[in-house]
Design a binder for this molecule. Structure first.
Ligand code: SAM
Length: 230
């Protein structure tokens, strides 16, 4: 029943039951990959973030948003589909300034908002989980020319898979804390297919980096894409 609401709801429900919703210390780094401590940090979003307005799509418990708001003095709005995640993010970091957590579908939030952001980002969040032709176009509306969109997604070649040969989503799954799997769909694009979609939405791809995680074999685990609004 819970899984039918959304696999992401079931995921948050189990996490919330298993972990205390308590104030947490602000993380020292921004994490983009499956391996904490590895890879770039907030610099991906630009050299001087001070005073900027950022939007995170699929913020989960809000660790990256809290880091950015506190260590880089930016205003971050974190949006997550699941109300329980937003509640969890608020219980961890709601005491901090410059941080707003909102419950809602990324696409609906972007369509309803008339705010302009200095950067939009997603870390294994809504980008890749929502039809790119809709989501990238909606993000483009909220960014002025020159501004950054950055997102990390599970690498399309993780575990020996191959990237989609077309623009359609594929079946994937969410692993719940109790180790059960729930099906989701995910757009599993190579960096060149992301580039094509970004182009179409009015972005120029500026970098595509892949990261490995020695705990998960020799295949790359994370694809990090950075683009600029034209
Ligand atoms: C794998 S978690 C990543 C959370 C967080 N970015 C992190 O790195 O810890 C994916 C998150 O995306 C959220 N999500 C999934 N689809 C979404 C959508 N359409 N709009 C907004 N959030 C979404 C889920 O609820 C979940 O919290």
């Amino acid at each position: 029943m819970i899984a039918q609401a959304s696999p992401w709801h079931a995921h948050a429900f189990q996490r919330t039951a298993a972990q205390l919703a308590e104030p947490l210390a602000v993380p020292a780094r921004m994490e983009w990959t499956t391996r904490p401590g590895q890879g770039p940090g907030a610099d991906v979003l630009g050299p001087d973030l001070h005073g900027k307005r950022l939007l995170e799509l699929g913020c989960g418990p809000g660790h990256n948003a809290a880091h950015l708001a506190t260590r880089h003095d930016v205003h971050v709005t974190g949006v997550d589909l699941v109300g329980l995640q937003v509640r969890r993010a608020r219980s961890h970091y709601g005491r901090l300034n410059n941080l707003t957590f909102v419950a809602g579908h990324a696409l609906h939030y972007l369509h309803a908002s008339d705010e302009q952001f200095d950067a939009v980002y997603s870390v294994f969040g809504a980008v890749g989980l929502v039809a790119p032709e809709l989501l990238l176009a909606a993000i483009a509306q909220r960014l002025t020319p020159g501004r950054v969109l950055a997102f990390s997604v599970p690498h399309p070649q993780r575990g020996g898979r191959s990237p989609s040969g077309d623009d359609r989503p594929r079946r994937d799954h969410v692993t719940l804390p109790d180790r059960t799997w729930l099906p989701i769909t995910r757009w599993e694009f190579s960096s060149s297919r992301w580039e094509k979609h970004l182009d179409h939405a009015g972005f120029r791809l500026t970098s595509a980096q892949e990261f490995h995680d020695s705990r998960m074999g020799h295949w790359p685990t994370t694809l990090l894409i950075r683009a600029r609004k034209l």
